[in-house]
Write a protein that binds this ligand. Structure first.
Ligand code: SF4
Length: 234
């Protein structure tokens, strides 16, 4: 029998003071950096094209599953032309287990065709050019900038959205607005900058500050967190 849907409780409204949020970041950033010294992108890749494809596949799918799928996939498809010319049905079958495979395969083919047509078969390294590719939104573009090209970018994924709220860094859960808020208060280069800050929030969100039940007592930034031990704010 289908499980009855439980109604999501509306989140309590929070009020963020930008200066205090910036000070909080100054305190928590080094602690998180020490806690997760190896924080980095969890998708496996050896070149920008592989990261682009992996990031498109990672929508609504775990990085772990994507890494399993891409292990063989990246041996089969190496250049943009390999992806663009692959029969739709074949590509769908190859990426099926990542979910939403029809849309993802269409996006990958269109994206790679555009790389061939407009970018000399290379992945571009600017936000505007990346956004012109099928299947690429600001989140994917920032993953690319930060991890394939060494250009600072804040990636607003589900962990970053949840933790930014719990840590009173922003009142916005809309990823585009949140990204803008965070760029105003996170140091762009210090301690690894925007890209590292995103990795750290993702690592902390996976390990301790989990969606359903954050482990505040085990949290190294507990004393700096306005939501610590307060389920109403989770
Ligand atoms: S104290 Fe709790 S709510 Fe705050 S960051 Fe740590 S785990 Fe998350």
């Amino acid at each position: 029998m289908a499980k009855a849907k439980t109604k999501k409780k509306p989140k309590k409204k929070i009020k963020v003071d930008k200066d205090q949020a910036a000070e909080r970041i100054e305190r928590i950033f080094p602690i998180l950096k020490k806690t997760y010294p190896d924080a980095t992108v969890s998708l496996d890749f050896t070149n920008p094209l592989q990261l682009l494809i992996a990031t498109i596949l990672a929508a609504q799918c775990t990085d772990k599953r994507v890494n399993i799928v891409t292990r063989d996939l990246f041996k089969k498809y190496r250049k943009p032309a390999d992806w663009a010319n692959a029969p739709q049905q074949q590509l769908e079958n190859d990426i099926r287990s990542t979910g939403f495979y029809k849309n993802k395969s269409k996006n990958i083919k269109n994206c790679c065709q555009k790389l061939i047509d407009n970018f000399n078969s290379k992945v571009p390294d600017t936000m505007d050019d990346l956004l012109s590719l099928a299947g690429v939104g600001r989140k994917t573009a920032n993953v690319m900038l930060g991890n394939a090209f060494g250009i600072q970018g804040i990636v607003c994924d589900t962990h970053v959205i949840r933790l930014s709220r719990r840590l009173f860094l922003s009142e916005n859960s809309n990823p585009d607005k949140l990204e803008f808020d965070l760029t105003e208060i996170v140091p762009k280069r210090k301690w690894g900058g925007w890209t590292m800050f995103s990795h750290l929030l993702v690592f902390h969100g996976r390990a301790v500050c989990k969606a359903r039940k954050p482990d505040c007592h085990a949290c190294p930034i507990e004393k700096h967190c306005p939501s610590a031990n307060n389920p109403q704010l989770w």
